[in-house]
Design a protein around this ligand. Structure first.
Ligand SMILES: [Zn+2]
Length: 455
């Protein structure tokens, strides 16, 4: 990483209690608007955010393919000296089983220092923080070197069609930016006494596949060698138990090096050995925390996970064909065809493979002024903390912003104390919540970061 200055530019604020209070109040209100996707129904949330922006003198626009699936976009014009920065978040949330939660998922209640609700960290917090930063800069009458674009979008959790994909396809001029800041990262991980902040710099591609086995149909009383159900089951079992070949990407190499630097011997040595295909399988088995081992493994290979099975509908009839759906995820640098070839090598020549969805991977290579600004802001706001670049196995709205050329980073500043529940457990899990003081910290960090980068 290049050396960076750690002083704030002239005019940048330090802790602003008002910004923190506003973040808590508006996030409570937004969490009370149920935007469970499906069906989404994000329009009420989009209108709420638009009102917040309008009150500050901005001119937000609601856009979407249907009246119930609106996103909100606005722009704070800069001097035009540098290209725009896009701040983005999604308004929809995944389902929540209220019976399994300690406090209501759409109540916006504060208990034990946490604000509870579906969307608290995924990711209405970033929507609120970004909107408040836009509003604050507008009120202060700032002219930044870059236009700031804000987009709070529908439908990220179900594939982005009604949100970022719609905006990029239908209104590219409104959301085209050189840099984009959104999911996923910016939360504290306490590891071996160090505070680490992951920053997404890459995400895997989506290669969903349908596998089909064919055979001769017949009566269930007469066993056959070419039973489609059995052929498919064998292929699916092989695929489910096979780790696909390792490909070390630039982002995973950066991640492993940065992580190793935070760990003492022998962990640092073991992490380094993950780069070697001949040893990585053994090292992954040695890692006691299976969640961490799974995440590391997903960063080293393409993956193909069987999820859906379809075969036959009568006990006494051998079907002529059987189908499975497979959730494939490709590393940066790997195409759908590359992943299909790896799956082909496992399932054999007799299984038909059809790609049913193909969204390419995203990777923001190398250091950049935004990365440097993130590192510098963190250094000033959480002394001793470290930013670590990560590859996300899932997808985010970056899939679509990057189609317009944006260099995408995931950093939604959100400070967790060491005794907080694990971010990964709350992400799409029960009892999602955000630390109230961490939210106050986060909105101030985002404000500083935007000024540092765009002033
Ligand atoms: Zn999300």
């Amino acid at each position: 990483m290049t050396a960076v200055r750690v002083t704030l530019p002239p005019g940048a604020t330090s802790d602003d209690p008002q910004l923190g209070d506003d973040a808590v109040r508006h996030l409570q209100a937004l969490l009370r608007i149920d935007t469970t996707n499906p069906p989404g129904n994000e329009t009420e949330a989009a209108e709420y955010v638009a009102a917040l922006l309008s009150d500050a003198g901005l001119s937000p626009t609601l856009l979407g393919p249907t009246p119930s699936r609106q996103s909100v976009v606005t722009r704070l014009a800069g001097t035009g000296e540098r290209p725009p920065l896009l701040l983005h978040g999604h308004l929809d949330v995944v389902t929540a089983d209220a019976a399994a939660w300690k406090h209501p998922p759409f109540g916006g209640e504060i208990h034990d220092g946490y604000l509870w609700g579906r969307g608290a960290i995924d990711m209405k917090h970033m929507v609120v923080m970004s909107a408040l930063v836009m509003a604050r800069l507008r009120r202060e009458g700032r002219r930044l070197a870059r236009d700031l674009i804000f987009a709070a979008v529908a439908d990220e959790e179900a594939g982005c069609d009604h949100g970022s994909k719609f905006l990029v396809d239908q209104h590219p001029d409104l959301v085209r930016a050189e840099y984009a800041l959104g999911e996923n990262g910016g939360f504290t991980i306490h590891l071996g006494g160090r505070a680490i902040y992951p920053v997404q710099i890459a995400e895997k591609g989506v290669v969903w596949m349908k596998l089909k086995a064919r055979g001769t149909p017949g009566h269930g009383s007469l066993p056959r060698d070419d039973n489609a159900t059995v052929r498919l089951a064998e292929a699916v079992a092989r695929l489910g138990r096979t780790r696909l070949p390792q490909h070390l990407t630039a982002s995973t190499a950066r991640y492993l090096e940065a992580l190793a630097a935070t760990q003492g011997f022998p962990k640092s040595l073991l992490l380094g050995q993950l780069k070697r295909p001949s040893l990585s399988g053994w090292v992954l088995k040695m890692i006691p925390d299976r969640g961490i081992a799974m995440a590391l493994a997903a960063g080293l290979s393409n993956t193909a996970v069987p999820t859906v099975l379809r075969a036959g509908d009568k006990t006494n009839v051998i079907p002529g064909e059987a189908e499975a759906e497979v959730d494939g995820r490709s590393l940066p640098g790997q195409s759908a065809a590359d992943l299909v070839a790896e799956v082909r090598a496992v399932v054999g020549p007799d299984i038909e493979i059809q790609v049913i969805r193909d969204l390419p991977p995203v990777e923001t290579e190398g250091p950049s002024p935004l990365w440097d600004a993130i590192v510098a802001t963190l250094g000033a706001r959480h002394p001793g903390a470290i930013a670590i670049p990560i590859l996300m196995p899932g997808y985010t709205d970056a899939k679509h912003w990057s189609r317009l050329g944006a260099r995408c980073y995931g950093f939604c500043p959100n400070r967790f104390p060491p005794d907080a529940p694990r971010f990964a457990d709350m992400f799409h899990g029960h009892d999602e919540r955000i630390h109230v003081e961490g939210l106050r910290w986060g909105v101030n960090v985002l404000h500083d970061l935007v000024l540092r980068f765009a002033a």
